[in-house]
Design a protein. Structure first.
Length: 112
């Protein structure tokens, strides 16, 4: 086999698309009152006013577990020993992202 054939084979192998190995992001909805005043509950519709959690997303975590986690969360100093949480707090708004082993992620925003 000539050097050029080997070079062509290597270039061809490098151009084969590879699938991403990360798991997909799961949308788990919003928590709060609807425009009709119903609630508070988890919904995929828009919520009105100040909400404890909205735009909850997860990776490798069930929505049921993530929803319970977000409602019980009280800050980075609360007792969640297996989760490492990062909070960004602004005026009347916060963004929380918690990670654990095996690529598990729970992420949500809170505030008005």
């Amino acid at each position: 086999m000539s050097k050029y054939m080997v070079l062509i084979a290597i270039v061809a192998l490098c151009c084969i698309p590879v699938r991403a190995s990360a798991s997909s992001i799961r949308e788990c909805g919003n928590y709060g009152f609807t425009e009709d005043g119903d609630g508070p509950f988890w919904t995929y519709r828009e919520v009105a006013g100040a909400t404890p959690a909205y735009n909850l997303t997860t990776r490798r975590v069930s929505c049921r577990r993530a929803r319970r986690f977000a409602l019980r969360y009280r800050g980075t100093d609360t007792y969640f020993p297996r989760w490492k949480c990062r909070e960004v707090n602004k005026y009347e708004w916060s963004d929380v992202r918690c990670t654990a082993s095996r690529g598990r992620v729970i992420h949500w925003q809170a505030g008005s």
